[in-house]
Design a protein. Structure first.
Length: 370
């Protein structure tokens, strides 16, 4: 009886991916205990977040890719409608309109689009398989532009970057023309020039977003204001040295120099206490996780599964790259958490939902039409 129950619970879970996820979640608890000044309440709250996220992962792993394909359009439409609801009647918190009250609780609809938009694009390209033309990529761009515009309006640049990257990966893996890719690269280079010149930047972006870019370029211009996060993060990373100061022994952490040390800047805590060696080991865990996701994508039988799995794996890379780059001062501060390490359930649930989708694609690969 117990063996049968375990079989039912574990049958669709991918062993290597599950092991990597649990290892990263263990790192999460170890670093969070130090970053929160040994707060047991914060650990208990994070364990609750993990339980919810792991349950969502298990549920996703037990939904077949065919069922996901049928759910993609309504979930996408629901996400867009909720984003419109945020724009019309959302709650304003810290100057941004990102939350929407639903009954007794409130939700952040932009988080839904992290998986809903890639699913929609993968569904669309699956329907066009064998007859893909440039106009189909134009339609996909329109499907992507609507939610991105609504997210940027909130404004939420960090989430827009993650959703936009996930969508671009779908289009790239679907066979986007190399010429278009190079045009996008050129546009990106032009965009870098645009945002690094204040008088040009403020014509398109909010003042605070342009200020973040200016702070990245020279944080010492305002060391006690906008540059404080970047300066303290880089000091903590550098002070860790090769082996780190030891668990619970980080001075930047426990003297309260590192801001947002349990969430966006938790990498600075980790780097200070575990040093370069710890950073390398963490990056290896991330690379193995991304590699497993790409392996699952390569083995998927249908185009929907290949595109969605590839996008999820590469999006995980984007999370890590943006957060570590932000904390180390090579990217602007945009509020992107360190995947599976930062405190909170808002980012943890979508990430483990993505892992569940990967597991489903792997477990059901022989059942997906090619």
């Amino acid at each position: 009886m117990i063996r049968r129950l375990l079989h039912i619970l574990l049958r669709n879970l991918d062993g290597p991916l599950m092991l990597l996820a649990l290892m990263l979640l263990m790192v999460n608890l170890i670093v969070l205990f130090s970053a929160s000044n040994q707060s047991v309440d914060r650990i208990i709250a994070q364990l609750v977040n993990m339980s919810v996220a792991l349950t969502v992962m298990w549920l996703a792993a037990n939904i077949s890719p065919q069922r996901m394909m049928s759910l993609a359009p309504p979930i996408y439409l629901l996400g867009v409608l909720l984003l419109i609801g945020v724009a019309v009647a959302g709650d304003v918190v810290n100057g941004a309109r990102r939350w929407l009250h639903i009954g007794v609780t409130r939700i952040q609809p932009s988080e839904i689009m992290k998986i809903a938009l890639p699913m929609m694009l993968a569904w669309y390209f699956q329907r066009q398989e064998g007859n893909l033309q440039m106009r189909h990529f134009g339609v996909a761009a329109l499907l992507m532009a609507v939610p991105l515009a609504l997210i940027l309006k909130q404004p939420d640049l960090g989430t827009a970057i993650l959703v936009g990257a996930a969508s671009f990966y779908i289009m790239f893996l679907a066979g986007l023309s190399a010429r278009i890719v190079w045009l996008l690269v050129a546009a990106g280079v032009g965009g870098i020039y645009f945002v690094t010149h204040w008088d040009l930047c403020i014509r398109l972006f909010h003042d605070y977003q342009c200020q973040r870019v200016a702070t990245m370029l020279n944080p010492m211009e305002d060391p006690l204001g906008d540059g404080y996060h970047t300066i303290q993060g880089t000091i903590a990373i550098g002070s860790g040295g090769l082996l780190g100061k030891g668990w619970l022994a980080g001075t930047q952490t426990h003297l309260d120099f590192i801001p947002e040390r349990t969430t966006d800047f938790i990498f600075a805590v980790f780097a200070e206490e575990f040093g370069l060696i710890g950073n390398v080991l963490l990056l290896i865990l991330y690379l193995l996780t991304i590699g497993r996701g790409l392996f699952i994508a390569s083995k998927a039988s249908g185009l929907f599964g290949r595109l969605l799995a590839g996008s999820i794996a590469l999006s995980f890379f984007t999370y890590a790259f943006v957060n570590i780059g932000m904390v180390s001062g090579i990217l602007p501060v945009v509020g992107v958490p360190l995947p599976l390490i930062s405190y909170g359930g808002t980012a943890l649930v979508p990430l483990l939902l993505g892992f569940g989708v990967l597991m489903s694609i792997h477990a059901h690969q022989k059942l997906v039409p090619s």
